[in-house]
Write a protein that binds this ligand. Structure first.
Ligand code: ZN
Length: 482
């Protein structure tokens, strides 16, 4: 049995889940569900990244202990499973001393043994927002361009990871697509980043200044750098520390789904370099999504334009939210959210498009006795259309083009609508086509499984017994918005 290991990034627990992470989780979920449909053994991992200075500060600001603070936020991320109907198999937390810490300790000692960790006195500019050292050349007017804040000057004796040693090897790996980067523009971005030169990275902080984290094995005066240990969640969730069965079965990752902000420095270079040092197989694909803007602007609390995925689901339902994010937001570019666009898509594609077709076909079918057999399908035009749809759909999913896969399904929906208009199956002599419509609907439900799992199930239930259900459930599933 083929295996498929897919992950989201682990969410940073300094704040509650935002819509961008909802997008990433849903994209990963579609991949997981699709590969389960292909009969592969899937491991879908998500979780939370809970250490670091930013969290220690946020907790202090709320007058809470860091652990208490992250528990509350991590729980909220765990709830996404239900809120967004995610099918993740596991949820890893970096504050988990039983599951995560032993892997971090083991990896640290292995990196050290391989000569890739050394100690040196260091002076550098640290951006707490990025949880990373900034280079002078990356600053704009002395500030981090992402966080618009002056980084802190830090002078400490730290451990360093020999990232520079892997520069040439990494360049070759990316060039030859031994790790496939999606989209290609990100590959070029990474190559130019590596070519500019990789410097060794500080991989610990003084424990005196930052106690909220994992102590460096054998040196209680230092805390492991949050990024280094967070990346190791992909290993710790598989019980790398004990070389467990899960590790043997699922390593390496097939797809890491991540945001563009954590690509070049972390998943594109530091992470594969760590794996090279450990002599472990590299992830096969890194899929990088863009950001979601709100009405054309960056979402921020001060602008009051933050889209809360919890509220969205409460108002419109899970599948409507999944549909919008997958259909309207381009998978690898930035996309824009507005309520106008959301409701427009909802009415045209879900209420009128899908919902209306299902209700029409089920109503037609419910009126004929016995129910036409739809397993074969009489009309060659239907079979051709269905095959064409599956072809486009599979190709799109292999290329991570979720929007294109959905577009293919909706083309099949339009084809069915046009057929109904043309063939007028409500007239007694034209009823034969209803069998074909039922066949198409059954395929539409299959195609929708990874995307809109709840809706897909409802269509299957209707198809099993159209006489009784009369399309009611579907009509109420996507009631038209005023
Ligand atoms: Zn920053």
């Amino acid at each position: 049995m083929k295996k498929f290991y897919v992950s989201t990034s682990i969410a940073y627990t300094n704040d509650f889940p935002h819509i961008g992470f909802a997008l990433e989780s849903i994209q990963a979920d579609v991949l997981a569900r699709y590969h389960r449909l292909l009969d592969e053994e899937v491991f879908f991992l998500t979780g939370t990244d809970e250490h670091g200075e930013k969290i220690a500060k946020a907790a202090a600001h709320e007058k809470q202990e860091p652990k208490e603070f992250v528990n509350k936020i991590s729980d909220k991320f765990r709830e996404l499973k239900e809120i967004l109907n995610l099918s993740n198999d596991d949820f890893i937390r970096t504050s988990d001393k039983k599951r995560h810490w032993p892997t971090v300790e083991k990896v640290w000692l292995e990196l050290k043994e391989n000569g890739d960790i050394y100690k040196k006195k260091y002076k550098g500019l640290y951006c707490v927002g990025c949880e990373a050292f900034a280079q002078e050349k990356d600053l704009v007017d002395g500030e981090c361009p992402i966080h618009q804040k002056k980084p802190e000057l830090i002078e400490e004796e730290n451990y360093f990871f020999r990232l520079s040693k892997y520069q040439n090897q990494l360049k070759k790996i990316i060039d030859r697509e031994e790790i496939k980067i999606i989209p290609g523009t990100r590959k070029s971005e990474l190559l130019s980043f590596i070519t500019q030169g990789l410097e060794d990275v500080s991989c610990s902080r003084s424990r005196e200044k930052l106690g909220w984290g994992i102590p460096v094995p054998g040196d209680n005066t230092q805390t492991v750098y949050v990024w280094l240990e967070a990346l190791l969640n992909y290993l710790s969730a598989l019980d790398y520390a004990t070389n467990g069965d899960k590790f043997k079965k699922f390593w390496p990752p097939d797809v890491h789904c991540i945001g563009k902000d954590i690509f070049v420095r972390f998943h594109g270079s530091l992470w594969p370099a760590i794996l090279l040092s450990l002599k472990l197989e590299l992830p096969k694909t890194i899929f990088v999504h863009g950001f979601i803007t709100s009405n054309g602007q960056k979402m921020s609390k001060s602008l009051g334009n933050v889209i809360d995925p919890f509220e969205l689901v409460k108002k419109y339902g899970i599948d409507a939210v999944r549909y919008f994010l997958l259909r309207e937001i381009p998978p690898t570019e930035d996309g824009d959210f507005t309520y106008e666009k959301f409701e427009g898509r909802y009415n045209s594609d879900l209420a009128n498009g899908l919902g209306n077709l299902v209700a029409r076909v089920i109503t037609l079918a419910s009126k004929i006795n016995p129910l036409p057999n739809f397993s074969g399908g009489q009309n060659l035009k239907f079979k051709k259309e269905i095959n064409k749809t599956w072809g486009k759909y599979k190709k799109a999913l292999e290329e991570f083009k979720f929007n294109e896969a959905l577009r293919a399904i909706w083309e099949l929906i339009s084809f069915c609508d046009e057929t109904i208009e043309k063939e007028k199956p409500w007239q007694k002599e034209n009823q034969e086509v209803i069998g074909d419509l039922l066949l198409a609907l059954n395929e539409i439900a299959k195609l929708l499984q990874p995307f809109l799992p709840e809706t897909s199930e409802k269509i299957f239930r209707q198809l099993a017994d159209p006489q009784r259900r009369m399309g009611e459930e579907i009509r109420f599933l996507f009631p038209r918005l005023k």
